[in-house]
Write a protein that binds this ligand. Structure first.
Ligand SMILES: CC(C)(COP(=O)(O)OP(=O)(O)OC[C@H]1O[C@@H](n2cnc3c(N)ncnc32)[C@H](O)[C@@H]1OP(=O)(O)O)[C@@H](O)C(=O)NCCC(=O)NCCS
Length: 184
């Protein structure tokens, strides 16, 4: 049976900002934030964002590549901003960006970013349920929205849930690539 979706929502509705100060218990023996703690906070910020957008409980389905660009030191402050980029049928993609700075705001820098996928869970059946669409407004949101389809295909292929020959958006994208051509 076709599940009903509620009306689309803009990203402002669910954007989630989370701030943490790095305490001694959060660090490794070199005095830097443990990567696993950062991933936990990223997961929490993204889950809150996804649940706000979906209006339901959500489960983390996958996390795309995460790399750590810059160590975050004891006493520094991090700000995680999670934004929904696109909704599919029962899943949503969330982009999270992590900025670090000294507590005074000096030495600000981007440390991480990642894409998380969450699935909305129906409270009665415990099964995936339809999600509201995303209404992108700014140019950056429109770009994220457009490219999200290709990121989805790639992650489903890597998860063994899609055959490469079914990834039509990726195929179209790569077929446009010719020497000297630049595509977004
Ligand atoms: C995520 C989960 C709910 C998917 O359930 P499922 O029965 O496989 O559901 P479906 O096959 O119907 O897929 C549901 C959605 O998940 C998406 N999905 C499933 N696996 C995915 C993956 N590895 N990456 C991205 N999306 C994925 C599907 O594409 C589908 O999205 P769509 O409806 O928008 O197209 C289920 O695998 C699960 O409960 N996993 C454990 C979640 C968990 O414990 N997370 C960590 C703690 S919260």
């Amino acid at each position: 049976m076709e599940q009903e979706k509620t009306e689309g929502k803009t990203t402002v509705y669910s954007r989630t900002v989370m701030t943490e100060m790095i305490m001694p218990n959060d660090t490794n023996p070199m005095g830097n934030l443990m990567g696993g703690y950062l991933m936990r906070w990223m997961d929490i910020a993204c889950a809150v964002c996804a649940a706000r957008h979906c209006g339901s409980q959500v489960a983390t389905a996958s996390v795309d590549h995460i790399s750590f660009h810059s160590p975050i030191k004891l006493g520094e402050v991090i700000t995680l901003t999670a934004t929904v980029t696109r909704a599919f049928n029962t899943s949503v993609e969330i982009y999270v960006e992590v900025l670090a700075s000294e507590i005074t705001g000096q030495n600000p820098r981007q440390c991480n970013h990642a894409y998380f996928t969450f699935v909305a869970i129906d409270p009665v059946s415990g099964k995936p349920t339809a999600v509201p669409s995303v209404i992108p407004l700014t140019n950056e949101e429109k770009k994220q929205y457009e490219v999200a389809v290709r990121r989805r295909e790639l992650r489903l292929i890597l998860a063994g849930r899609m055959k490469p020959e079914e990834a039509t958006e990726l195929q179209n994208f790569f077929s446009q690539l010719k020497p000297g051509n630049s595509v977004g």
